[in-house]
Design a protein around this ligand. Structure first.
Ligand SMILES: [Zn+2]
Length: 274
């Protein structure tokens, strides 16, 4: 550990990391020098952002387009009752600054489209998917593949959640290797329609924050190549191996997807005949 590289405030704030094997001063330095983009300031985004801010990730970007609704507060612990009606990004930035005023928090108050996602993502080292919808999930997967950035994936539904890490590289899997294309609109209920157990995003989001820290520090063994499945109702964890698909439309040998595809193209009538 080279304590001289930390300010007195940093030594105190991050003391439990600095003395921790597998993090230490070197790991804490990597965290402070890193930048992470969190997609969504909701159920998953809340614990992800709060733990990464507390851990001293030097720059945290957070993207959302929504306002805080009272029905969010059952699980979106980054926001409080006083934030109802405010933009989620504005609320998130304020609360994250309160947790750790010494890091940079960047709010991106926007929907993600093919036209802005790469530009928003480009400056960041790691991307974390905390979205609740398929069009953005595919947009984020494809963008991280094109930009070759690590993607920490998580998703939740009712009492069940999933998480993994996608590391772009030679013959490593991406989200489309598992699920080549999104389900047709209307066939999968959203969280709003299906309900979600309030603690569930806390578990999955915390796992995503854990994985992001390991990706940044290079310590331990990430979920790369393993899809972790969690069932809150029966309190069970399972994992399945995931493999690169040579026929994957985005990272396969002969990719058919070479540019980003927008929400409308997925969920509405195709904009033009194929
Ligand atoms: Zn793939």
């Amino acid at each position: 550990m080279n304590a001289a590289r930390f300010t007195e405030e940093q030594v105190q704030r991050y003391a439990r990391h600095i003395i921790l094997p597998n993090v230490g001063g070197a790991g804490q330095r990597k965290l402070l020098d890193s930048s992470v983009l969190i997609i969504g300031a909701g159920g998953l985004g809340s614990p992800i952002a709060m733990y990464l801010a507390a851990a001293g990730v030097g720059t945290i970007g957070i993207v959302d387009f929504d306002d805080v609704d009272v029905s969010n507060l059952q699980r979106q612990i980054l926001h409080t009752n006083d934030d109802v009606g405010r933009s989620k990004v504005e609320s998130a930035v304020e609360h994250l600054r309160a947790i750790n005023p010494s890091i940079d928090i960047v709010g991106h108050d926007t929907l993600l489209f093919s036209t802005n996602v790469m530009e928003i993502m480009e400056p960041y080292d790691v991307v974390i998917d905390g979205t609740d919808n398929f069009p953005v999930r595919y947009l984020v997967n494809d963008s991280t593949q094109f930009l070759r950035k690590p993607l920490v994936y998580g998703s939740i539904y009712q009492f069940e959640g999933q998480a993994t890490v996608f590391m772009p590289g030679a013959e490593t899997p991406c989200y489309r290797c598992l699920f080549p294309s999104p389900p047709p609109p209307g066939t999968v209920p959203s969280c709003a329609e299906g309900g979600v157990f309030g603690v569930l995003p806390g578990i999955i989001g915390s796992i995503q924050a854990t994985e992001a820290i390991k990706v940044i520090t290079g310590e331990g063994e990430t979920l790369e190549g393993r899809l972790l499945l969690y069932d809150a109702l029966h309190m069970s964890f399972q994992e399945v191996r995931i493999r690169w698909d040579a026929d994957c439309p985005v990272c396969g040998k002969e990719p058919s997807i070479t540019e980003l595809i927008d929400y409308e193209a997925f969920c509405g009538v195709p904009a033009r005949p194929e």
